[in-house]
Write a protein that binds this ligand. Structure first.
Ligand SMILES: *[C@@H]1O[C@H](CO)[C@@H](O)[C@H](O)[C@H]1NC(C)=O
Ligand SMILES: [Zn+2]
Length: 440
């Protein structure tokens, strides 16, 4: 079975090799994506801070460095060289590949271990998973996709996730894609979905956080990052993920054989899906969803209604970590909090106000998770449960969610034995998840 994937790996690696040689080909389309590369480089900030500059000098320097494009470009190339040198091919041991292929035969199960899958595929979980799912749905044949272009596109997407982010990296994207696949299979939804719906759902999941800088929107706004002004302080990250995806679609030529109006429609719908993951728009989507369910007026024969459900499904997939089995869920929690804390450390070091949830001393992992579950995840999955009913998966997810919340509750008490108030009020954590808490 694995023989199907080996050529994909090889062409993936050769794509990277080509990419290094051909960076001079960067045309207009490249500029759209790569010119706005928002890497926040901790090493370069650190070394400046350690040189003990006077306060104001340091602050001025941060602003300059945060938009230092030339350095970022070099760093981007370096990332490709370090993590995917041809020498790492020997790591693609037959035994690992066999195990990865075996895992793919169970890709639709909710306890799928994406961390293990990523190790077995040598860090290529996103590309491998997407290729597999495109085959499962026969999308390559249906859309007459060119395999070389498809691999080039997927390789670019995976590569443009920042592997140094504890949370917003390609493994998160693969995890969201796997969850999305599980939701696309829900009986209530599956029979109505067109190949285009499935294509869009998987593509949006895979690309929804691409090139995420590891800091949230308020951070980009207050450091006057050029992306914040480009997107006028609104859905800054999500807009960037979408426009980056469009750039990569055009650069790879994946859709170039389709009629112009169709590829334009795909780009627009991808945007509408990716922008729906902006957590600041959570209530807007939740209320509309609730209204539809109350009125029982969803008609999945309508393309617009199916699109809305795809938006909801992607939102669910994006925040489904607390609905996974505890051992996986806990790892995601630690990762996302580590990313918050790193932002907090950065803010502290440069005398910026520390963002909500980003203060390691004040915001414990259990407290952050309980807030996230209570305000974001539970309300959304309760409605998803209503929509999918009767669904074994939704019941399983809610069971995990309640267990995990209880686990965090007892961990919080264990960590703060003197703070009885926070123990007894596990349902209502102080300083919950609001503006600026960009969890997804
Ligand atoms: C974005 O926010 C910054 C900082 O609050 C502000 O100075 C700027 O005017 C805002 N830009 C837009 C387009 O709202
Ligand atoms: Zn995400």
């Amino acid at each position: 079975m694995f023989n199907v994937y080996l050529p994909l790996f090889l062409s993936f690696f050769s794509h990277l090799a080509d990419g290094r040689l051909n960076t001079g080909h960067a045309g207009v389309l490249l500029a759209e994506r790569r010119g706005s590369y928002p890497l926040i480089d901790l090493r370069i900030l650190k070394s400046n801070a350690q040189q003990g500059e006077v306060e104001t000098g340091t602050r001025r320097k941060v602003k300059r460095l945060l938009s230092f494009q030339r350095y970022c470009h070099a760093s981007r190339l370096l990332r490709g060289l370090v993590s995917h040198s041809p020498g790492s091919l020997h790591l693609l041991d037959d035994d690992y590949l066999g195990q990865a292929a075996h895992m793919l035969s169970k890709v639709g199960t909710w306890n799928f271990d994406i961390f293990l899958f990523d190790r077995l595929t040598n860090g290529n979980s996103l590309v491998t998973l997407m290729c597999h799912l495109f085959n499962v749905y026969d999308l390559i044949h249906h859309f007459q996709l060119d395999m070389v272009k498809l691999n080039r596109f997927l390789g670019m997407v995976q590569e443009d996730y920042h592997s140094q982010n504890p949370y917003h990296n390609a493994v998160h994207a693969a995890d969201v894609t796997q969850a999305m696949y599980c939701y696309l299979k829900e009986p209530k939804l599956a029979e109505h979905l067109s190949p285009l719906d499935i294509f869009l759902g998987l593509m949006a999941a895979a690309a929804h956080d691409v090139d995420h800088p590891g800091v949230n929107q308020p951070f980009l706004i207050k450091t006057r990052h050029h992306l914040a002004s480009l997107y006028q302080n609104t859905s800054v990250l999500e807009s960037h993920h979408w426009r980056s995806t469009v750039g990569m679609l055009r650069e790879s030529g994946l859709l170039s054989h389709l009629p112009a109006d169709m590829s334009q429609d795909i780009e627009q719908r991808l945007g509408s899906l990716i922008l729906a993951t902006d957590i600041n728009r959570q209530n807007e989507f939740l209320m509309t969803f609730r209204e539809h369910l109350d009125n029982q007026d969803l008609d999945l024969q309508l393309s617009s209604h199916r699109h809305f459900i795809l938006q909801i499904a992607l939102k669910c997939a994006d925040v489904c970590n607390p609905c996974r089995v505890w051992e996986l869920s806990r790892q995601w929690s630690e990762r996302v909090c580590e990313e918050f804390y790193r932002q907090g450390d950065l803010e502290r070091r440069f005398d910026l106000e520390i963002s909500p949830l980003c203060n390691q001393q004040a915001d414990s992992i259990p407290a952050i998770q309980i807030g996230f579950i209570s305000y974001i995840v539970e309300p959304l999955f309760e409605e998803w449960h209503r929509f999918t009913e009767p669904s074994l998966l939704s019941q399983t997810m809610l069971d995990h969610l309640h267990k995990n919340k209880a686990n965090w509750g007892s961990l919080r008490c264990a960590h703060t034995p003197s703070d009885t108030q926070s123990c007894s009020q596990a349902e209502e954590p102080e300083g919950g998840v609001g503006e600026g808490a960009d969890i997804s």
